[in-house]
Design a protein around this ligand. Structure first.
Ligand code: AMP
Length: 383
């Protein structure tokens, strides 16, 4: 299958070639033709599958040329990071077209966003809260939206956005195309899909390179008080004597825990940054950029902050604490081993987390083996 066969116009094919993509991913091959044909779509795909191009490319084609001031395509995303990344993708894929894209999200000053909307746009990417705020003050005009995308819908429901989503939908014209992307199909998602989508085309993909099978998983037993020093040991030596880690995404359960751990790692000489919901947008973007550039070795993140982050071919994911929800474990370790690279996921498991690990194994129908915990040096308690 080639991009040419999907019915995309020359301007888009050029942008795809600029990106260096050779062939469409499965979700792109499945989504682009029905979206171009104007159909609704239900897509089961998570980050890393190329889903963004799966809806951005056909929308750019359908929108054709700039028109009016009010957006004709609205894309809702759960987090600022994801919204910003979708906006960036629109710019890349639309580089040879004249369409205008805007992004609005909370946590930053609203005036530039208001000014941008006033200038006009064809596509609008938004997180629900800020969008509603602007729309209800008549600063965002949703009356021309003909294409509506809900990206990472499962995560939006997890984050409690269902009422906001319903309020947004009530502001949209009746006649429109609807696309829903979700990594999982829970009963809530099915219900939302049933209400939102009319006779949808369906695609479902499991990302070939971020499936749990391509990730080497290992767990270490360690008491809570020893986790920090074990983690430092792993950063310095690796988990199987492979040598120091140069890049690892470390998950903690809380924002406070993320901050504290990043500080402790930093004190141990490991360049670290934390990202979570309390960090300003610019701080998060900076942390991610430094991590991608290799200036930061440890990126300590909470679950929510990590969603939708475009971190490619990550060699190492660490569960400093296990998530309460088994699916979150699968999301987390799906960050590693993308694009054919080999990935490793290490979990530090204390006594009280054994039950969580068993639930995770049941969900994955796959054991997570315990390895012998390496001898690590206990440091004086600090911070
Ligand atoms: P997404 O799942 O949309 O977050 O995309 C994951 C990554 O895959 C992004 O970094 C894209 O740039 C990349 N990507 C998207 N489509 C393709 C493709 N057809 N070939 C290679 N890489 C792609």
């Amino acid at each position: 299958m080639t991009f040419n066969e999907l019915g995309l116009e020359p301007e888009l094919l050029r942008a795809i070639a600029d990106q260096g993509y050779e062939s469409p991913t499965p979700v792109q091959a499945g989504a682009i033709p029905p979206v171009l044909a104007g159909r609704d779509l239900l897509a089961g795909a998570r980050t890393g599958t190329g889903k963004t191009a799966g809806f951005v490319l056909p929308l750019l084609q359908l929108l054709s040329a700039p028109q009016g001031r009010a957006p004709r395509a609205l894309i809702l995303a759960p987090t600022r990071e994801l919204a910003a990344q979708i906006h960036e993708s629109i710019r890349s894929y639309g580089a040879h077209k004249k369409l205008r894209s805007r992004v609005v999200f909370g946590g930053v000053g609203e005036q530039p966003q208001i000014d941008g909307l006033r200038t006009g746009c064809d596509l609008l990417v938004a997180t629900p809260g800020r969008l509603l705020d602007l729309a209800e003050r008549k600063l965002a005009d949703l009356s021309q939206v003909a294409h509506f995308v809900l990206d990472e819908a499962d995560r939006m429901l997890d984050m409690g956005f269902i009422h906001d989503i319903r309020r947004v939908i009530r502001l949209l014209p009746e006649r429109r195309q609807n696309l829903l992307f979700s990594a999982t199909y829970t009963p809530d998602i099915r219900q939302l899909a049933a209400r939102l989508l009319k006779n949808p085309a369906q695609v479902e993909v499991t990302p070939p390179n971020s499936t749990v099978e391509s990730v080497t998983q290992v767990a270490f037993r360690v008491d809570k008080a020893g986790k920090r020093d074990l983690l430092i040991h792993l950063f310095e030596n690796g988990s199987a004597g492979e040598g120091p880690w140069y890049q690892a995404l470390v998950f903690t359960r809380t924002k406070h825990g993320a901050n504290r751990l990043a500080t402790q790692l930093e004190r141990a000489g490991i360049r670290s940054a934390a990202i979570h919901g309390n960090k300003s947008q610019s701080a998060r973007v900076r942390a991610l950029a430094e991590f991608k550039a290799g200036k930061v070795t440890a990126l300590v993140a909470t679950e929510v902050a990590s969603r939708g982050l475009d971190i490619k071919e990550l060699p190492q994911v660490v569960n400093y604490e296990l998530p309460n929800v088994p699916e979150d474990y699968v999301h987390r370790i799906g960050r590693t081993a993308r694009a054919g690279a080999e990935g490793h996921a290490v979990s530090l498991v204390s006594e009280d987390e054994i039950g969580l690990l068993r639930d995770i194994e049941k969900t994955m129908r796959q054991p997570v083996p315990f390895a012998t915990t390496p001898r690590f040096q206990r440091r004086a308690a600090a911070g």
